[in-house]
Ligand binder design. Structure first.
Ligand SMILES: [Zn+2]
Length: 199
């Protein structure tokens, strides 16, 4: 493509690298940026640099934080004896939104995926074992997604945790709110039954 001046072309290329952005969308976003005022463009570029520079992983739970220990690990109100293991920082936000969980987290930053060449060493598994090894944690909830890779990762970690003698649990997945039993697949129904509780 030689239709655009080189700097504009470069901007389009950058947007086209973003997940879910095709060529047409990349052009649309680049033209949007061109339409910004100088100060707006500055703010946009600065936000990218700031996020990249200042967002780090909490040294305890590996969740994203703006430097140092995250607010959840730092909070005395959170139960340090129970840790919920999730694949992604966005899963922490989802669980926090439910306001049901008062323990702490551990973020793996992915799941084991041989197809994508992601092995246990690419994830924050060792840091989890180190944490559990310190002895304060009594229960580990495996809250990876109920898909093949999520299940395999949960099983793998559960096996590694066995020697520590901690309780390892799995989220009870079931019928989604508003869902119908007849449309639920076998695995979902099985999980829903397993996770049943007294009412
Ligand atoms: Zn933390």
């Amino acid at each position: 493509m030689e239709y655009f001046p080189a700097p504009l072309e470069k901007l389009v290329e950058q947007f086209a690298k973003l997940p879910g952005i095709g060529g047409k969308s990349a052009q649309r976003l680049a033209f949007y940026v061109l339409g910004l005022s100088q100060s707006e463009a500055q703010e946009f570029a600065q936000a990218i640099l700031d996020a990249k520079q200042n967002v780090t992983c909490c040294p305890i739970c590996q969740n994203l934080t703006a430097g140092g220990v995250c607010s959840i690990c730092a909070s005395q109100k959170r139960d340090a004896s129970i840790v919920c293991v999730v694949a992604d920082p966005r899963d922490v936000i989802a669980i926090e939104r439910a306001r049901e969980f008062n323990g702490r987290y551990h973020v793996l930053h992915g799941v084991i995926s041989p197809m994508n060449h992601i092995g246990p060493d690419d994830l924050q598994i060792k840091s989890l074992l180190d944490r559990v090894g310190q002895g304060e944690i009594k229960e580990v909830i495996m809250a990876t997604n109920p898909d093949t890779e999520g299940e395999a990762t949960a099983m793998y970690i559960a096996r590694l945790l066995r020697p520590f003698g901690v309780k390892v649990t799995r989220l009870a997945y079931g019928i989604p709110v508003g869902g119908h039993l007849e449309f639920a697949d076998d695995a979902t129904l099985m999980r829903a039954l397993e996770g049943r509780r007294e009412i």
